[in-house]
Design a protein around this ligand. Structure first.
Ligand code: HEM
Length: 218
């Protein structure tokens, strides 16, 4: 089968992904070591990325769009049925099962960043919106902020395990495309449409501005 090089992931998705992975680690480390100013900054960056990624899911490049990668649960199960089969990579973007994992990861990260805005540890730090809700609500969201991190660890662990499984069982390297943006796919594969640069710049600017404004409220 003849293969051709196709650009599947735009720079926003790739840079955002690796930045996100680094920031999740930084958030954990800064909280563990009591560096709460750094923790808040890291949280604001994650929230900005998440707002951008949600918008990019509607207005971004084809492979970033929810409408393109969220397929039916039946399609996802169908994909999982041949998880261990060695076969060439034909996926232009996220596969039917991976799409749901992406949504789950974004959802738990959004819960984490959102609850952090209202969290208050009564000692070292409080989120900028903690003063806008009752003590009970803030306490609940602080607890959620702690517990939800375990869920992030679980899903991130499953996510990395799935990537490893693709490499070992299917002999498909998903990591290189997340770095370079390109995949070698069967000749005739339709290349995804990539969104223009200005749109990414605009949405990153807007997301950052919203989060900066929120950060000034507390
Ligand atoms: C060394 C660690 C990691 C590796 C090797 C890795 C690898 C990858 C790869 C290869 C993809 C694309 C999958 C596909 O082809 O469909 C991807 C997507 C994704 N990963 Fe990771 N990942 C790592 C860590 C993380 C962490 C820590 C998070 C968040 C907690 C994360 C969240 C995501 C998300 C949200 C996507 C979807 C990207 C998008 O559509 O914008 N990843 N990852």
């Amino acid at each position: 089968m003849a293969l051709v090089k196709i650009k599947v992931w735009d720079g926003w998705v790739r840079a955002g992904h690796w930045l996100l992975a680094g920031l999740v680690g930084l958030s954990w480390w800064s909280a563990e070591t009591g560096r709460m100013e750094l923790h808040l900054t890291s949280g604001y960056l994650i929230l900005s990325y998440l707002l951008f990624r949600l918008a990019w899911g509607f207005f971004g490049s084809d492979t970033a769009r929810f409408s393109k990668f969220l397929r039916s649960p039946v399609a996802a199960l169908g994909h999982l049925a041949h998880l261990f089969r060695r076969e060439p990579d034909r996926e232009v973007g996220h596969n039917a099962a991976g799409g749901w994992m992406v949504l789950a990861l974004l959802a738990v990260l959004l819960v984490q960043a959102g609850s952090g805005l209202f969290a208050d540890d009564d000692i070292l730090a409080h989120g900028p919106l903690a003063g806008f809700v009752s003590g009970d609500t803030s306490y609940f969201l602080t607890t959620l902020h702690g517990w939800n991190f375990n869920l992030i660890l679980l899903l991130a662990g499953l996510h990395v395990a799935a990537v490893l499984l693709y490499a070992l069982a299917k002999r498909q390297d998903l990591v290189r495309p997340m770095v370079t943006g390109s995949k070698r796919l069967p000749d005739g594969t339709v290349a995804p449409r990539l969104a223009p640069l200005w749109r990414g710049v605009l949405l990153v600017g807007l997301s950052g501005a919203i989060v900066w404004w929120i950060s000034t409220l507390g």
